[in-house]
Design a binder for this molecule. Sequence first.
Ligand code: FES
Length: 145
Amino acid sequence: MYSEKVMDHFNNPRNVGEIEDASGVGTVGNAKCGDIMRMYLKIDDNGVIQEAKFKTFGCGAAVATSSISTEMVTGKTIQEALEVTNKAVMEALDGLPPVKVHCSLLAEEAIHAALWDYAEKNGIKIEGLEKPKADISEGEEEEDY
Ligand code: FES
């Protein structure tokens, strides 16, 4: 059912953890299943992502997509990171079963939420980035998780 790459990233997830002095942090929840993903990005003065880490409370596909997406955004500019869509993530994993496609959306949304947080903290606007609708790090809901 799963590709070798998915199993590899699920069994040996890369970049698990937190970045204490992260430039941006994004937390998103999947309305369909209740799973949660948090993405930490360290971005340098040139707008290049130096480090990405994640924490995911979710299914194996969510763990695998968050793992590979941290690898995909590292070393990229913010604009390039916006191209790490759920489609790109799925392709990099050699596909996901149809019922698991929604899991890959979490990775895209978590990256966007972290970039949005970075932009807000720095008072900048990132072209092509829309306010994430499901950033549960805002407001009091976070306490529930
Ligand atoms: Fe929830 Fe995959 S089933 S993210």
